[in-house]
Design a protein around this ligand. Structure first.
Ligand SMILES: CCCCCCCC(=O)SCCNC(=O)CCNC(=O)[C@H](O)C(C)(C)COP(=O)(O)OP(=O)(O)OC[C@H]1O[C@@H](n2cnc3c(N)ncnc32)[C@H](O)[C@@H]1OP(=O)(O)O
Length: 295
């Protein structure tokens, strides 16, 4: 019993000192210890409550530059980043029209699609395009959204795990990044969407390791349907690699009246959750862009 107690104390101290990197262990401990129980400890060290995330490892924003990014990828990132709306001194906003969308590897706790998944599966579920920690191995990308132009640009660097024909990117991987870009745009504009239809013309192969631009625009909205299209070009825009059109249907298949109320409650809980936690652990997919990233 005493040994167990000492172990718990040791692990707890390690957690507070941020030396434990295993998130499941930390979250298990944090579930055991009520937050309020730690407040005196925090205040005695002049740590404000706003610094609470100190107890949990910061989430990784996969859309930020990392050492695997090529010079071209960084150049394009910096170009679009310079067009983004930024807070200037005095609280004024530098107008730009663009905003970078952060990207995390976990989906929302309340995503309706997850309701039939086991708890274990939910814990382990990872966004397909962000499911490797090895930087530069698969999908390296960042999406910049332009709300007023109803357009987004995805800068994509294809890693060595995406090979299809020798030396070139697999068609399925191209379809994935296109679906991500079009789905992101449609979701940003229309709320929760599911891709219903995707047509792709592969015009020229994309060399592995190269950087391409996926420029997506809104074509039209018809009721629940959001029609979007994109062109995948070389980073200087001179070569067309792929073009695609897509139709995303907004909303989930219409819920029955009773399910509707539950869904609404879950959604508002999610919004509250996003406001009161640092939202990094949640994947900003679908309608939640608007809550997380008012860019
Ligand atoms: C950050 C990461 C972003 C990632 C984005 C990733 C996006 C994805 O990959 S989504 C996953 C792949 N997609 C799917 O699994 C979707 C599977 N399909 C479905 O769930 C349903 O068919 C769904 C939701 C699309 C439509 O179902 P439902 O809500 O019942 O709509 P339904 O009433 O049949 O049709 C609505 C409208 O869409 C049209 N529609 C439905 N399916 C299609 C289709 N396949 N092609 C064209 N139009 C269609 C219908 O004709 C109808 O049009 P209208 O209103 O003019 O009559």
């Amino acid at each position: 019993m005493l040994r167990h107690g000492l172990q718990v104390t040791r692990v707890f101290c390690q957690t507070v000192l941020h030396t434990v990197s295993a998130r499941p262990l930390r979250s298990a401990i944090l579930r055991l210890i009520p937050r309020t129980a730690l407040l005196p400890w925090l205040s005695s060290r002049a740590v404000s409550v706003s610094e609470w995330p100190l107890l949990s490892s910061p989430p990784r924003d996969y859309s930020l530059p990392n050492p695997s990014w090529s010079t071209e990828m960084r150049r394009l990132y910096e170009y679009y980043d310079s067009l983004c709306e930024k807070e200037m001194e005095g609280g004024e906003k530098k107008p730009g029209g663009w905003g970078r969308l952060p990207s995390y590897n976990r989906t929302l706790k309340y995503a309706a699609g997850g309701k039939c998944l086991s708890k274990l599966l939910k814990e382990k579920a990872r966004l397909f395009t962000r499911n490797t920690e090895e930087q530069g191995a698969a999908f390296e990308y960042v999406v910049f959204m332009n709300k007023s132009e109803k357009r987004c640009v995805c800068i994509f660097q294809a890693g060595h795990l995406l090979e299809g024909p020798p030396g070139n990117v697999h068609g399925g991987a191209i379809a994935t990044i296109i679906d991500t870009s079009l789905g992101t745009l449609a979701g940003y504009l229309s709320g929760i969407v599911m891709t219903a239809n995707l047509n792709i013309n592969y015009c020229s192969p994309i060399p592995l390791g190269s950087v391409v631009l996926i420029d997506s625009v809104l074509d039209k909205v018809e009721g629940r349907k959001t029609f979007v299209s994109c062109q995948v070009t070389s980073s200087d825009g001179s070569k067309l690699h792929t073009e695609a059109t897509g139709n995303a249907v907004a909303g989930l298949p219409i819920p029955r009246q009773s399910q509707h109320a539950t869904l609404k409650k879950k959604m508002s809980n999610t919004h509250r959750h996003l406001k009161h936690t640092f939202h990094g652990r949640l994947n900003p997919s679908f309608a939640y862009f608007k809550v997380c990233f008012p860019c």
